[in-house]
Design a protein around this ligand. Structure first.
Ligand SMILES: Cc1cc2nc3c(=O)[nH]c(=O)nc-3n(C[C@H](O)[C@H](O)[C@H](O)COP(=O)(O)OP(=O)(O)OC[C@H]3O[C@@H](n4cnc5c(N)ncnc54)[C@H](O)[C@@H]3O)c2cc1C
Ligand code: FES
Ligand code: FES
Length: 496
């Protein structure tokens, strides 16, 4: 075991022997390091004022990610590089091209939101050459300004590569050297760090994780911390011990295994989006609307499932796709694994089929056959960075007679768990896919669900929307010239 945390702050090596397991990166920067350029707006991952860029090794290559410092625990940076807005300006006082573009395009706004916007644009620049307007919008969706406009900031995103070509960016020029320094820091030892608030463990292998979970059955597992972080900053919980999964490279892998894709539990939403987009463009849109870029950079498929939220976006889609969950734990013979249909993992509100010592290891997602129809939709108050009121995903299989032979209709936001609509499915099986069948399925939804009634949506609204999503599915699969997606309408309205 290693008992000190090591990471780079800019190019400075930081080593810490004692650290509270839930100390946030933001508090450490502002209160300990007195680096106050990174701001606190909401402290719940929503506003992006606290955006910093983290460089981490991904299969030997340095990868930059914008993340929310307010909900990220400092010890999770072990083996990474942390860049803040203070690292941009050169020693001679000259601005970084992202800052210069913000100045020239009049994108600089108040002192709360601007550092976060700058850091989101920095991550975009480091990752992509000449990003499209759509990509710039994506990258900024997790940065909220409550007062003024986004157009000058988007213009800065378009201008930054003109001001200075990417190849001349010192962060990219230093990339190999930083990667080498991080490689020198990486090891297979479990990090075991103690602080006043308790213990933080970060194993580097699945075997070490299984040992730790068995030894500490009450521990909180933490992946991207986009849910767990809020338990600390909003619910003021003390979490001791914490077991962090982010150092286990095997858990991040996404592999094509012929008829299905295998997602390690730590696969991040950015990569999950790319992989799922290959199955259906609607899954691409669903994932594009998952949180903002910072949440997609940190959040994981395993966290979205294990959290057991009735309004998580991935579970309905994965249930409709007939995904299988792989759970693992330590046994006398090594690691014991079991596979269950994802839908049976969710038992009741916040109660999942997880045995003592078990963790989510992987999710297996079958590829769609050419003959099936598939649909995924999310309805939320805001287009970006908002939790669903209702999320629906549907898969229809057809027999040789052209009638529906199997229906998988899965919803989020309609019950205490993500759940299939058994009565609506029964109403569809044996029918042709047309208005009559959809009307019958919509009527049956009221047998399937007594929806939640809360601040996001009333029960009546949810039930109506659930039916409307089925109707949208029919329209999209039978009337190709009808525009049904806000994304397409927005693109037309703003960019022609
Ligand atoms: C601003 C904001 C916007 C958001 N928008 C969305 C959205 O649009 N759609 C949506 O669905 N969610 C959204 N979320 C919620 C959250 O981002 C997701 O649920 C995310 O997938 C959680 O993943 P994580 O890796 O961050 O999990 P964590 O926060 O690290 O963990 C979540 C839970 O899963 C457990 N856990 C994690 N990994 C494992 C594992 N391998 N085995 C067992 N248990 C595990 C943890 O103990 C915890 O109980 C949003 C959150 C924020 C802050
Ligand atoms: S302070 Fe708002 S996202 Fe972190
Ligand atoms: S929040 Fe900074 S200008 Fe609106």
């Amino acid at each position: 075991m290693r008992d000190s945390l090591r990471f780079l702050l800019g190019d400075r090596l930081i080593e810490i022997d004692r650290c509270d397991p839930t100390l946030t990166v933001l508090d450490w920067l502002r209160l300990d390091q007195r680096m106050t350029g990174t701001k606190e707006g909401c402290a719940e991952g929503d506003c992006g004022a606290c955006t910093v860029v983290v460089g981490r090794l991904d299969r030997g290559r340095l990868r930059y990610e914008a993340i929310n410092a307010c909900i990220r625990f400092l010890p999770t940076l072990d083996g990474c590089q942390l860049l803040t807005v203070e690292h941009l300006k050169r020693a001679d006082g000259s601005l970084h091209p992202v800052q210069q573009a913000m100045v020239e395009c009049h994108g600089s706004q108040c002192g709360f939101c601007t550092p976060g916007f700058v850091m989101s644009l920095l991550a975009l620049r480091l990752n992509e050459a000449e990003p499209s307007v759509g990509r710039i919008e994506d990258a900024l969706a997790g940065n909220l300004c409550r007062c003024t406009g986004y157009e000058p900031i988007i213009a800065a995103g378009r201008r930054m590569d003109e001001i200075a070509p990417r190849e001349t960016d010192r962060f990219l020029q230093e990339r190999e050297a930083v990667a080498a320094r991080l490689t020198a820091l990486s090891d297979n030892e479990t990090l075991a760090l103690q602080g006043d608030g308790g213990w933080f463990y970060a194993p580097a292998t699945v075997e070490a994780l299984a040992e730790l979970v068995a030894a500490h059955p009450q521990a909180t597992l933490v992946a991207g911390a986009t849910d767990v972080g809020l338990w600390v900053t909003k619910a003021m919980k003390r979490l001791d011990p914490l077991i962090y999964l982010g150092r286990i490279e095997a858990l991040r892998a996404i592999t094509d295994e012929g008829d299905h894709l295998r997602f390690g539990a730590m696969a991040g939403h950015i990569d999950v989006r790319t992989a799922l987009a290959g199955l259906s463009p609607q899954l691409d849109e669903l994932m594009r609307r998952f949180g903002g870029e910072q949440v997609r950079n940190a959040g994981t498929i395993g966290g979205n499932i294990a959290n057991g939220s009735p309004i998580g976006d991935l579970p309905p889609a994965l249930i409709a796709l007939d995904a299988t969950l792989v759970l693992a734990r330590r046994s006398a013979a090594g690691i014991e694994r079991r596979s269950i249909p994802l839908e049976s993992f969710f038992i009741e509100y916040r109660k999942q089929d997880r045995r003592p010592g078990e963790f989510v290891e992987a999710v297996l997602v079958p590829k769609l056959a050419d003959s099936v129809l598939f649909h995924a939709s999310k309805v939320s108050k805001r287009f970006d960075e908002d939790i669903s009121a209702v999320c629906g995903a549907f898969q229809l299989t057809f027999g040789s007679d052209g009638r529906i032979s199997e229906a998988r209709l899965a919803y989020g936001g309609m019950a205490g768990i993500p759940k299939r609509a058994a009565a609506a499915e029964a109403a569809l099986v044996g029918q042709r896919w047309n208005e009559t069948a959809v009307v019958a399925a919509i009527a049956a939804l009221s047998q399937d669900f007594t929806p939640l009634d809360d601040m996001r949506a009333s029960a009546h609204y949810r039930l109506t929307i659930a039916g409307n999503l089925l109707r949208r599915f029919l329209i999209e699969t039978t009337q190709s010239d009808t525009q049904t997606r806000v994304a397409g309408l927005l693109a037309e309205a703003f960019h022609g």
